[in-house]
Design a protein around this ligand. Structure first.
Ligand SMILES: [Zn+2]
Length: 460
């Protein structure tokens, strides 16, 4: 069975052939650490975690390298640091912001059941590589220094007669149209309006490093060069998969390709470009101004991370997703059921009907349909398949216990009431037995009578 992936660059599903099956390499753009991650940020984390797990299943755990960076130098970080820690020197305040936000991000994505990537490089630890790439670009005639900035010229790239790809190929834009459509009030240090920043001078007090290109003033990198440098350092000049949200295709990924291919004289940076679709909340675009901006942290107060994970995977990663309360409730019910039947059984081999749709460009909705199919049959295969997808991280008792804790239900009190009700039923005091059932219902506890006795669960 072969894996097929949709590649944004060639705009088709292609069979995945790794450059080296012993070292399958994937890079995914990670967060800029300045604030709580929102639920839209969770989508690439979960989607590419499923791909990481699938690749490990196919090629072996030791043969897959997954790099997801942390952007820890950015204007938004500087603004946040100045606002939150006005008494501290800016660099110290920035460290506080990036440390706190980075920790929060890890707590969030761990709760979502996402494996940690093989490497999580930080931009500020790769300044030397960024400078090196910038020097190569200048030497090759693709970049130039002006007024303490270094700029990349897409027009120089497209004029070069070589193996290089065309600027605009990934995002399917024509450079001529970009030139025609660019804003008129272009920065004075740019030769052409489509040139983009590789390096810029730091303002006083901001993080700064010695500049490339013989620039005397200290400076800092542009955003795009960070990913080119970190991908190069950890995955080499040319690797297998580059992923991220669809909003990153232009300009971020287009510029990454330009920088990396021109610096290393490569036709490609990555062989497969994968992008997850947008996320909406209750059919509206999520935004702070609309007041529907939800963080992962907030959702985790009300739902176990695996519920958020399942809810995300019910939609194919390339389709837009509508994040709704109704869908979350359904996902919670499904997981309650899967936990009950599969969390405590020996996991079998992941089932072929689950793997097959995953091999077809990560068709998770179809894989989930196959899981429902296993529910009434091979529960060992169900357990193994769920684990492959990052579910069932705890026992059913732990799962139920957490639900009770979250709902504030006192399990001992519930057991006592159920025993009282059983006694009432055995003496045929149905008025009393109904009274206790209603009391439990008011506490948010649903009970179920069967031949084996009475079981209960916290009704969400
Ligand atoms: Zn990136």
């Amino acid at each position: 069975m072969e894996l097929r992936l949709y590649d944004t660059l060639s705009r088709e599903k292609r069979t995945f052939v790794p450059l080296d099956a012993n070292n399958v390499r994937m890079y995914v753009c990670g967060p800029t650490v300045y604030d709580f991650a929102h639920i839209g940020n969770a989508r690439p984390v979960i989607v590419f975690d499923v791909l990481f797990r699938l690749l490990r299943h196919l090629y072996g755990e030791a043969h897959v390298k997954y790099v997801r960076n942390i952007t820890d130098v950015d204007d938004k970080i500087n603004d946040r640091a100045a606002r939150d820690f006005p008494g501290l020197p800016l660099n110290e305040a920035i460290r506080k912001v990036t440390e706190q936000t980075g920790k929060q991000f890890h707590a969030d994505v761990d709760a979502l059941g996402a494996l940690r990537p093989s490497v999580e490089p930080r931009a500020t630890e790769h300044i030397a590589e960024m400078r090196e790439i910038i020097e190569k670009l200048i030497a090759g005639g693709f970049a130039y220094a002006a007024e303490d900035h270094v700029l990349f010229s897409p027009q120089a790239m497209n004029a070069a007669n070589s193996v290089l790809p065309h600027y605009g190929a990934l995002s399917n834009r024509s450079l001529d149209e970009m030139i025609a459509g660019a804003r008129v009030d272009v920065a004075p240090y740019k030769k052409d309006n489509t040139d983009f920043v590789l390096w810029k001078p730091s303002k006083p007090g901001e993080p700064s490093w010695p500049s490339p290109a013989g620039i005397a003033a200290q400076g800092r990198p542009g955003w795009h060069i960070e990913c080119s440098a970190m991908a190069w350092k950890h995955l080499g000049e040319h690797f297998d998969i580059h992923g991220g949200g669809i909003d990153l295709v232009f300009p971020h990924h287009e510029n990454e390709v330009a920088q990396s291919c021109c610096a290393f004289h490569q036709q490609r940076m990555a062989n497969y470009w994968m992008h997850n679709g947008f996320l909406q909340v209750e059919s509206e675009k999520m935004s702070k101004s609309l007041g529907n901006f939800i963080t992962i942290h907030e959702l985790l107060q009300d739902w176990p991370g695996e519920v958020l994970r399942l809810n995300m995977l019910k939609t194919h990663y390339r389709s837009p997703i509508d994040w709704t309360m109704k869908s979350l409730e359904e996902s919670a019910k499904t997981l309650d059921d899967w936990y009950r039947v599969a969390a405590d059984v020996a996991p079998g081999k992941p089932a072929a009907p689950v793997i097959e749709p995953l091999l077809d460009d990560l068709n998770t909705p179809q894989a989930i349909a196959a899981l429902h199919g296993l529910r009434g049959g091979d529960v060992n295969a169900l357990a193994g398949s769920l684990r492959l997808l990052g579910f069932l991280s705890e026992s059913n008792a732990q799962w139920e216990g957490r639900k009770q804790q979250a709902s504030g239900v006192d399990a001992k009190e519930v057991e006592r009431l159920i025993a009282e009700r059983t006694a009432a039923r055995s003496r045929k005091d149905f008025k009393e037995s109904d009274r206790i059932r209603d009391l439990l219902a008011a506490m948010g506890v649903a009970i179920k009578d069967s031949k084996e006795g009475t079981t209960w669960e916290v009704a969400r």
